[in-house]
Design a protein around this ligand. Structure first.
Ligand SMILES: Cc1cc2nc3c(=O)[nH]c(=O)nc-3n(C[C@H](O)[C@H](O)[C@H](O)COP(=O)(O)O)c2cc1C
Length: 177
């Protein structure tokens, strides 16, 4: 196959985001790929805005999803749920015609400050994507709890168990492409 295209989608917009770091870890583990960083800093979904014309940034993301062989999604947990940023992006993408998310392959990863590693937000993200007929690469949930302790100064995971989980999932993704 030609070089796979991975589109990263972080549900946290901040520069120092642990979910971004986790995505970067997954991309490194995957190996050779064309990597596109999706910009989820989108206007809030509004049917009137949509009727007036899909915003350029949304259309860019739609086109990137259409082109990608797989999505690598960082799903933070905010107040025991999916982050608004990620939900809003999915809401826009769900409106695309034809539906770009349908049959797309995705890996979901979560890093959180709490003890559960964002499990509830992760499940919610998985549930929404399943409803949209995204093929989530299943396996033990990749949940980085107490995230500030699990990443080194270089931004890489410093926990061998978690590193192994990420590597296994990305190897499985490569097999599926
Ligand atoms: C609005 C808000 C709600 C949060 N709710 C949770 C939560 O429910 N569970 C949890 O483990 N951490 C929660 N956190 C802490 C985040 O896990 C932590 O800020 C994490 O670093 C966010 O991901 P990021 O590093 O990718 O930005 C919350 C943070 C914010 C800003």
């Amino acid at each position: 196959m030609s070089t796979p295209v991975l589109l990263t989608m972080s549900g946290s917009l901040r520069k120092g985001s642990y979910n971004r770091m986790l995505i970067a870890e997954a991309v490194r583990a995957f190996g050779e790929a064309e990597v596109i960083e999706g910009d989820l800093d989108l206007p809030l979904f509004n049917g009137d805005v949509e009727d007036a014309g899909v915003p350029a940034k949304v259309q860019t993301l739609v086109d990137q999803v259409a082109r990608a062989d797989a999505l690598i999604i960082g799903a933070p947990e905010y107040n025991k749920g999916i982050s608004g940023v990620l939900k809003n992006a999915i809401d826009w993408l769900s409106r695309s015609k034809p539906p770009v998310l349908k049959d797309k392959i995705a890996v979901i990863l979560s890093a959180a400050g709490g003890r559960t590693g964002g499990e509830t937000g992760h499940f919610m993200t998985q549930s929404i994507l399943t409803q949209l007929q995204v093929n989530v690469v299943h396996g033990p949930l990749i949940l980085v709890a107490a995230a500030p302790k699990e990443f080194g100064e270089d931004g890489a995971l410093n926990n061998d168990f978690l590193k192994g989980q990420v590597a296994d999932r990305m190897a499985r993704l490569r097999q599926m492409l």
